[in-house]
Design a protein around this ligand. Structure first.
Ligand code: ARG
Length: 438
């Protein structure tokens, strides 16, 4: 009975321990944790809060630990609650009591706040790099396809012809906005929380400006309670990524549609089935969008109603957000690679403009130039389309007599040039219009 009880208690404790730990997923903070600790140790020495030689010894050994992890000499694992305890224990293992001085004027609350900011900032910089790379893939398509014409759609119905450059410029705008959003988030993130300690600040004469400068922050945070409670920048970043995923997913959806048998505007990817060219990468990007949104909702929900200041709930800021960062960054890179290897079937795109009365607006615009009010012109074009449909013709093949019967004898032979697909694109030169580059 005793034995059983003892064993039961032990196994419960170890379950609770593993429930409580975060090392298995916060170990990716190891290098930023060491970086922050080195700055903190420098400051402690400089301010004579600990002797200078102790601070030097701590810094030297933190650097050794970093090298050993990088070289694979030690692994970040074991019975430690989290990455912060791991680093401190490694230090104490090596230099004993001197190592125990590192945590003076610091708490894991401001330490983890710092680590998350450093890690998020680093990852945001990778996202910025990846989006710039994606923009350069898009720019090269824009440069090469100023003359490539395809149908522009509304309601997935052919509406008006546009150039492929113009189409991709639309995505360029979205990803440029994504970049500017990231820069704004980075700017708000860029305040150093270290020195808030548990929540109230400290009795030691710390130099927060020094640590902030050393870690390349703009300035120290203003309020110690906010310093340990704030994860706004993380939620903002995951929102930024969600919007980027939304843009990637819209592009993916169009790639999937345009790659389908009946469209065949583009060719992408390959498949094990020889008759099929599945757009697997685009489908996966579209699918993974849900994962990133999931992280955003999880974070918003976890932080909703959370009392000040630090609560252990906040440890839940990591797994989903790390997954979202990995996922979104991989998707941006994959999209960029896919766009480098996509084939545009230009003839198919152009021919697709010949069907579907895509130049109906151009006929109306022609009539307006002959002084017919736009609303009347619109109605006449409706009748012309009905007639053309009956005769199984396009608006470009409809005889002049038919035009003139419906349009008060105002139509002359130049209409056929005015409603050609090329003219339709070229003449839309209004600012931001598809003819601007031609
Ligand atoms: N592992 C913790 C986290 O991720 C570190 C902070 C722990 N602080 C505390 N007071 N228990 O949030």
């Amino acid at each position: 009975m005793n034995l059983w009880g003892g064993r039961f208690k032990e196994s419960l404790d170890s379950k609770a321990y593993s429930f409580n730990q975060s090392l298995s997923f916060d170990k990716r903070l190891i290098f930023v944790d060491i970086l922050g600790s080195i700055s903190h140790a420098k400051m402690l020495g400089k301010q004579n809060i600990i002797p200078k030689e102790d601070s030097d010894k701590i810094i030297e050994n933190l650097n050794i630990i970093k090298d050993e992890i990088e070289n694979g000499k030690i692994e970040v694992c074991g019975d430690y609650e989290d990455v912060h305890s791991f680093v401190e224990s490694e230090l104490i293992k090596r230099i004993g009591d001197v190592g125990k001085k590192l945590h003076t004027a610091r708490s894991r609350n401001d330490q983890v706040a710092l680590d998350m900011k450093l890690y998020t900032r680093e990852t945001m910089n990778s996202t910025i790099k990846n989006i710039n790379e994606l923009l350069s893939s898009i720019n090269s398509i824009i440069e090469k396809n100023k003359q490539t014409i395809l149908p522009g759609f509304t309601h997935l119905q052919k509406a008006q012809p546009i150039t492929l450059s113009h189409y991709f410029k639309c995505y360029r705008e979205m990803f440029k906005r994504d970049l500017s959003r990231l820069f704004e988030t980075l700017d708000r993130l860029n305040e150093c929380p270290l020195g808030a300690c548990a929540l109230a600040g400290t009795v030691y004469p710390i130099d927060r400006d020094f640590v902030s400068n050393d870690l390349q922050f703009k300035k120290p945070t203003e309020n110690s309670i906010d310093s340990v409670s704030d994860r706004d920048y993380l939620i903002e970043y995951i929102f930024d990524l969600s919007l980027t995923m939304l843009h990637l997913s819209r592009l993916s959806e169009e790639i999937i549609i345009y790659n389908s048998n009946d469209y065949n505007y583009i060719t992408t990817g390959s498949s094990i089935m020889p008759q099929k060219k599945n757009p697997d990468i685009a489908e996966l990007i579209r699918g993974k969008t849900g994962r990133v949104y999931g992280a955003l909702i999880q974070l918003l929900t976890t932080f909703k109603s959370l009392p000040l200041s630090y609560n252990k709930d906040m440890q839940e800021d990591k797994e989903f957000s790390f997954d979202a960062m990995d996922t979104a960054n991989a998707c941006i890179k994959e999209m960029s690679n896919m766009l480098k290897n996509i084939t545009f079937n230009k003839e198919v795109m152009k021919n697709s403009c010949l069907k579907g009365f895509i130049n109906a607006t151009d006929v109306a615009d022609y009539l307006v130039k002959k002084n017919i009010p736009f609303r009347d012109a619109h109605k006449m074009v409706g009748e012309l389309i009905l007639l053309a449909e009956e005769k199984n013709l396009t608006l470009s093949d409809l005889p002049l007599d038919d035009y003139n019967r419906i349009c008060n004898n105002l139509v002359t032979h130049d209409i056929y040039e005015k409603i050609s697909i090329e003219t339709s694109v070229k003449d839309r030169k209004s600012k931001g219009g598809t003819g601007e580059d031609l």
